[in-house]
Design a binder for this molecule. Sequence first.
Ligand code: GLV
Ligand code: MN
Ligand code: MN
Length: 413
Amino acid sequence: MQNTTSSGARVNGTRLWSRLMAMAKIGATAQGGCNRQALTEGDLEGRELFRRWAEAAACSVRVDAIGNLFAHRPGRNDTLPVVMTGSHLDTQPTGGKFDGVYGVLAGLEVIESLNDRSLTTTHPIEVAVWCNEEGCRFPAAMMGSAVWSGRMSLESAYALTDRDGRSVGQELERWGVKSSAVTRQRVKAAFEAHIEQGPVLEQRGKNIGIVTGVQHMSRHEAVVLGQEAHAGPTPMDLRRDPVRVLAEALPAMYAAAARHGRDARLTVAVIETRPASPNTVPGFLRFFVDLRHPDTAQYRSLREEVESLVSAAIAKHGLKGEIRCVWQAPGVVFDPGCVAAVRNAAAALECDAMEMVSGAGHDSVNVAAIAPTAMIFVPCAGGLSHNEAESATPADLERGANVLLQAMLSTAA
Ligand code: GLV
Ligand code: MN
Ligand code: MN
């Protein structure tokens, strides 16, 4: 017999897993991962699949002006602020099956489980699918939630371009995705379930992370101009080679990161030269530096040091260029009430939980600027994420979704 009390409500882990696997077929890669970069055909197909599932679960679905999608389950008093959950369906170019997708489908599973038991809540419930969380195709991570929260203007989001020069605005038009809606719904509280994307839960033998905040992070673009020249006849001392800057700045930046302790993160993942011909000294260099730290003072000093190291290397080699911050997300401390709701849910479900700060960026960073917010982490194998081999167990995913369900029920009552 089905339990009809809200505290006894549980998600259907089999349905959640089968939907994760169905979504993973869209944009599936040969190595078992997913490539559904924002506003590509795969991303659109994934969103449509979610829409069909949400409508079949009696939700109304709407899309806003930046392509965020919201599935709404009415509350007993539908004029009250919503209790929100959700995440993203877009992926990295070599992404996994769970990053973002889990938070969206765990949210849908909350709704399905309430439907299964004919349970209603006073507050409406919404599942958000935020547009372009990854920021890999269009260079601003957490874009949809940033626009929704008012932290980024609609115009600057529309103007972001991919490497082929296509803009977010053009792609939203081309796919017929966006609406003209710019009003933001009122939100009582928000919760996001996500795989941890790091090794801590697994290493400590825990199965739930109660996420108390997210660390500081920023992205910096360095551009250095040199002079194209022949790789053979041009003596080394007569070249204006921008790669010299990289050769000098890279070891200095890694040393700076090491000086800022084990919590510091520095990633140089995009390095481009032009014309990129093996026998031409490049005339142009561009690279990106991703910086993160949970401690405000350490983060600021790491940023300053990296910027001055790159500027000094440019000056030393007599080249023109600069490094500038192109994206940042200041760290967030989540709402104590929402964190407590997660903690209580985890305790009621007898989880082996620990409190932690997120190393990865999440849409919750932006949502937290508008409404009380917290997150729930589940372990992923080897802490691996942004990798086609990303994996998590059905049991851990089900447990996290049950924590989400109970935290949301206690808030939406
Ligand atoms: C989002 O995936 C991030 O870069 O943390
Ligand atoms: Mn994610
Ligand atoms: Mn990601």
